[in-house]
Ligand binder design. Structure first.
Ligand SMILES: Cc1ncc(COP(=O)(O)O)c(C=O)c1O
Length: 470
């Protein structure tokens, strides 16, 4: 196949995209190519940050959600980021790694101690921190999730889960959700549901069917503002029609968040059982307490066959993910479905053990539930004073605020430009978060955030919404 441009020659820079082209790509987060980003940077970044951003952009491969980057950091701690100019931001994004807060002292101490003790464990050997972490996770997990495999990131753990499902069922098909994200590798984008990752890169894995997520605001079944589980029934319809699906894989709660109604997962669990499919729940950004429970599926009174944890598992310091599987899925002793260089990294495992200790000792799941309930009430109150707010939702400290603006025909349109404006207004005032689906302010603070910090963040959001309105 002829390459689209000579391989030894850099392609010409792409021309700026139209705003509707850009809008179609905003599913996972706000984009770095928008005019608002450029205007914010010109007005707020000093020469030191500008210079470092230029060096970053000159050397890294460009991607719409990272390079060219937003700003340059010099410190993170607790619920806060600090940029190179010394400005502080409450971080309500944190890439969802900051369950225990950034730079948690216990995690750092555990890492330092482990570095002096045993800093790596080559494959074929094991080590005590890895064994203790696997034991701890299986003790904490409900039901029969008694087997573990570690991976260096959520994407790789998702890939492993897909392979286990194929081996266990002898089937190759998967059902997953539109708008979902499971990582950026080819297998993960095949089950993922965002054009930003899937477009122009195929062929993807065969046998990946997508269904609509439980998301009333965008529901193709027009369920109104409340999910009536038509989407859950449709999963069963697809499982029945295909007849040979290996697994349904989904985020228990999409981190936008879409919060499924109470019976949603029970209905899908039962459908999987009826049609011989496994249920894989991806809790990479939402596990470890953020939802108000250690595992988000505990909010739904179901048990998956496999669950994936990641992100904050390494304390927000080490990349580490875990696949937890039913004991009866220990079926591939003569294959190699994981095989990652860092699958038993003692330092990452020490960080994770300390992280789990902090989550338990500080009762961070309960804390997320209580602070989240307060935040949701505050967001509901804000919705009555800001006409831009079309919906607010939350489960623990997994919070979302959807914005809509009047459209010419009396209807409402997704307030995409306004959401971005609110985000940059908030950054100006010291609050950082990302915008998902173009118009959903996605708010995921550290679970260690204080009540005062939480109030400060919502005051900033309130002022920013008011600024955009005026
Ligand atoms: C739901 C979900 N699954 C998987 C991943 C991939 O994790 P990682 O970036 O650690 O590979 C992510 C990352 O954002 C995620 O949000």
């Amino acid at each position: 196949m002829k390459p689209p441009f000579p391989l030894d020659q850099a392609p010409a820079p792409t021309s700026p995209r139209s705003s509707s082209e850009l809008d179609a790509l905003r599913s996972e987060g706000d984009l770095n190519q928008s005019p608002q980003r450029q205007a914010w940077a010109a007005a707020h970044l000093g020469s030191q940050a500008q210079n470092l951003l230029e060096r970053d952009a000159a050397v890294f491969l460009h991607q719409s959600l990272s390079t060219p980057c937003l700003n340059v950091l010099r410190h993170v701690e607790g619920a806060w980021l600090e940029d190179i100019a010394g400005r502080r931001y409450l971080d309500f994004h944190g890439n969802c790694v900051h369950q225990v807060g950034f730079a948690a002292p216990k995690v750092i101490a555990a890492i330092k101690a482990q570095l002096d003790e045993l800093c790596f464990c080559p494959r074929r050997y094991t080590c005590e921190p890895a064994i203790r972490l696997a034991e701890k996770l299986t003790q904490l997990a409900p039901g029969n999730l008694k087997r573990v495999s570690f991976a260096p990131g959520g994407t790789t753990a998702v890939g492993m889960a897909l392979k286990y499902a194929r081996v266990a069922t002898g089937r190759f098909k998967f059902v997953s959700m539109w708008d979902s994200f499971h990582g950026a590798s080819l297998d993960a984008i095949s089950v993922g549901g965002e054009a930003l990752f899937r477009k122009g890169i195929g062929p993807l894995l065969p046998g990946c069917e997508h269904v609509p997520p439980p998301e009333p605001m965008r529901c193709p079944f027009h369920c109104g503002k409340t999910c009536n589980l038509a989407c859950a029934d449709y999963v069963e319809y697809v499982l029945e029609r295909e007849g040979d699906v290996a697994a349904v894989i989904a985020e228990t709660v999409r981190n936008t968040p879409f919060i499924p109604p109470p019976d949603y997962w029970k209905r899908i669990r039962a459908a999987c059982d009826r049609h011989g499919a496994l249920l894989i729940l991806d809790e990479v950004p939402i596990g470890l307490g953020r939802s108000g429970k250690l595992f988000a599926f505990e909010n739904y009174d179901v048990l998956p066959d496999m669950v994936i944890l990641g992100k904050g598992l390494g304390g927000g310091i080490f990349p580490l993910a875990a696949l937890l599987a039913r004991d009866s899925l220990n079926i591939a002793g003569d294959m190699a479905l994981g095989h990652y260089t860092h699958e038993k990294n003692p330092v990452a495992c020490a960080a994770a053990l300390a992280t789990l200790e902090v989550i338990q000792e500080e009762g961070l799941a309960d804390r997320a539930r209580d602070l989240g309930a307060w935040a949701l009430q505050r967001m509901q109150a804000m919705a009555s004073t800001h006409p831009l707010i079309a919906d607010v939702r939350g489960l623990g400290l997994l919070l979302g605020m959807e914005l809509a603006a009047p459209a010419p025909n009396g209807a409402r349109r997704p307030a995409i430009a306004e959401a971005e404006q609110v985000m940059y207004e908030s950054l100006k005032r010291g609050l950082s978060f990302k915008v998902t689906m173009g118009n959903v302010l996605t708010l995921t603070p550290a679970l260690t955030i204080t009540q005062a910090e939480l109030e400060q963040a919502f005051d900033i959001l309130d002022e920013s919404l008011a600024a955009v309105r005026s």
